[in-house]
Ligand binder design. Structure first.
Ligand SMILES: C[S@@+](CC[C@H](N)C(=O)[O-])C[C@H]1O[C@@H](n2cnc3c(N)ncnc32)[C@H](O)[C@@H]1O
Length: 268
């Protein structure tokens, strides 16, 4: 609830900034780069989906992933608790002529009234589970609605990367965040941060098979964000170079634990 209040206030204050699918938004190129870094690790599993797969984008926000998967010809369902985000997503879906998309105002912790078991060929929940009240309940829900054998893509905030890079974590809260993994600021923020081990434990306790956990966002919005020229992100070539650097940090034993975000892929 803290996040919803906080995000709605921010939406009201900066409507264009948060409309990240709009090329005019100052965050557009950054958020598309970050999407492409996630996709880099997701593509192997996405390639195996049938041509017109049913895909759930859970905690979709304005549809950063749902819209891309819809553009690829999949039949996407978006679920979010923010009506403002869903309305914005709908505008972009219609604007891009994406067919067969559906949108639901619901918590991802309980989708019992909207989806039966084994509905989706794949489920995507990027940067959502770390903001819900009960992450394991949400994860089990994502797995419940996914068909047997289907991939579930989940990302959460990384503890050390966030402590190094997240300006939302006030100095006086750093020790508590490192100890508890939780940041709570009334009417503004509730975030659970994960070490890789903690995230693997969460994924394993869902009962699904863990395929991989990758670290992402070392450069954009991560501990090495300062290396990046935000104004150069308009160039596709520059974005490719930043992505290559991000992938290199993930592969490095020294830097790997400093991920700002962890992406897990599990199979039902
Ligand atoms: C950081 S945004 C990520 C949005 C999107 N997945 C993306 O990667 O661009 C987190 C989203 O999760 C949504 N959210 C938070 N808690 C939720 C819940 N319990 N059920 C559904 N959506 C939730 C928020 O409204 C917000 O749109």
């Amino acid at each position: 609830m803290n996040n919803l209040v906080g995000w709605e206030l921010e939406w009201n204050r900066y409507p264009l900034l948060f409309d990240i699918m709009a090329p005019r938004s100052e965050l557009h190129h950054l958020k598309m780069l970050e999407r492409d870094i996630y996709l880099h690790y997701m593509e192997d599993s996405l390639r195996k989906l049938p041509a017109r797969a049913r895909v759930l984008d859970a905690g979709s926000g304005v549809g950063r992933f749902g819209i891309e998967l819809g553009r690829r010809g999949h039949e996407v369902s978006l679920v979010d608790l923010s009506a403002t985000s869903l309305k914005t997503a709908l505008r972009h879906i219609v604007g891009r002529g994406i067919q067969g998309a559906s949108l639901y105002l619901s918590s991802i912790e309980d989708m019992g009234t909207i989806f039966r078991n084994d509905t989706f060929d794949a489920t995507v929940a990027i940067e959502a589970v770390c903001y819900v009240t009960d992450p394991l309940k949400a994860l089990k829900e994502l797995i419940r609605v996914t068909k047997k054998g289907g991939p579930v893509f989940v990302s959460v905030e990384g503890l050390y990367g966030a402590v190094l890079a997240d300006e939302q974590i006030p100095e006086e809260k750093v020790a508590t965040v490192l100890k508890t993994g939780v940041l709570q600021v009334e009417h503004s923020v509730f975030t659970r941060y994960y070490t890789e081990r903690g995230f693997r434990d969460l994924l394993e306790s869902s009962g699904a098979e863990v395929i991989t956990v990758q670290g992402t966002h070392y450069v954009p919005e991560g501990p090495f964000d300062g290396l990046m020229d935000i104004h150069a992100l308009k160039s596709a070539d520059y974005r490719k170079r930043v992505m290559a650097l991000d992938v290199r940090y993930n592969a490095s034993r020294v830097f790997h634990p400093l991920a700002r975000s962890w992406l897990g892929i599990v199979r039902k």
